[in-house]
Design a binder for this molecule. Structure first.
Ligand code: GLV
Length: 308
């Protein structure tokens, strides 16, 4: 029985150190030193190409090394092999930091002052209190929930939309396609933390931008394909939306000629909002392997019919 890590090479060493110290009974291997592939029962991977999955005859669980699983070809994964996404405090903390930074930057007109500095202008912009700024988060999983909890500290008016109904203290929640519009109509800053599925692809489109209050802003920390780029550019150019902060794009890296780069009201970061941290993720993964070995449920199981 062996565990194979096949993801970010630099961080593989940290994973291996953790397993050597805390689970010396487990044969933990780091790609490309995979040894005999017939030994591999647990795979921790980001990219798991179908031909590689097919080369692991004893695979029992596939763990995504990230929070998302949209890069996994479900049809290549045998039905008896569960897929587990990464739910770990390091990813959650990173996302909470990034979204707080982005929401506060928008709330406090930070990008206007960046522009003012380059033109040497001194023009104070009036700031409404946080209690009158409405922040709407789409996707109320572990990340969306943690983001809303932290934003509550600043006093923002909070709302959340989720495919299925959720109740969160201090948050006005909406669910299903019917309640999308009323949710959007009251979101001055819209944060996308949805999983990417066939249903959510292209969801941030013309209709959604038209339903937001005039001058609203978008923060996308989901996946690039959630956004219809041409619709976003049109909404920014017409003034319907005031700004977009995008940590994810389609494709990645964003090509040098893409209009987002040069757009004065689009801010792009290279998919860095949040990353799995070996220090906090490895203990959770080890616990999940132990759970699987004693026949317990796994934390972070993906429902393949839903795609997340
Ligand atoms: C990053 O995007 C992840 O899915 O962890």
């Amino acid at each position: 029985m062996a565990v194979l890590y096949r993801s970010d090479a630099a961080r593989g060493a940290a994973w291996a150190r953790f397993f050597a110290e805390h689970a010396p009974d487990l044969d933990f291997r780091v790609w490309p030193d995979a040894g005999n592939l017939a030994d591999i029962e647990y795979l921790i991977a980001w990219q798991a190409p179908p031909e590689f999955i097919a080369s692991l005859p004893r695979l029992r669980v596939l763990f995504s090394s990230g929070a998302g699983v949209d890069h996994v070809d479900f049809s290549a994964l045998p039905a008896h092999v569960p897929l587990v996404r990464m739910v770990e405090p390091g990813i959650i903390d990173g996302m909470v930091e990034y979204v707080s930074l982005a929401v506060l930057a928008l709330h406090r007109d930070f990008f206007d002052y960046v522009a003012q500095k380059s033109s040497r202008s001194w023009n104070p912009i009036e700031v409404p209190p946080a209690s009158s700024r409405r922040v709407g988060v789409m996707g109320l999983g572990s990340l969306g929930t943690a983001v809303l909890e932290r934003l509550a500290v600043y006093g923002f008016r909070l709302r959340g939309w989720n495919r299925s109904a959720r109740t969160l203290a201090g948050v006005e929640t909406f669910s299903s396609a019917e309640q999308l519009r009323p949710f959007l109509e009251g979101s001055d800053i819209l944060v996308c933390l949805l999983p990417l599925t066939a249903e959510t692809q292209g969801m941030l489109n013309r209709e959604v931008f038209a339903a937001l209050p005039a001058g609203a802003s978008l923060i996308n920390v989901g996946r690039g394909p959630h956004v219809v780029d041409a619709d976003l550019l049109a909404a920014l150019d017409s003034g319907r939306l005031s700004r977009a902060i995008l940590d994810v794009t389609d494709p990645e890296p964003l090509p040098a000629g893409h209009p987002f780069w040069g757009h004065p009201r689009v801010f792009v970061t290279p998919h860095v909002a949040s990353m799995t941290q070996p220090e906090t993720a490895a203990p959770i993964l080890l616990d999940n392997i132990r759970r699987h070995r004693r026949g317990d449920f796994l934390v972070g199981m993906v429902d393949r019919t839903k795609g997340y």
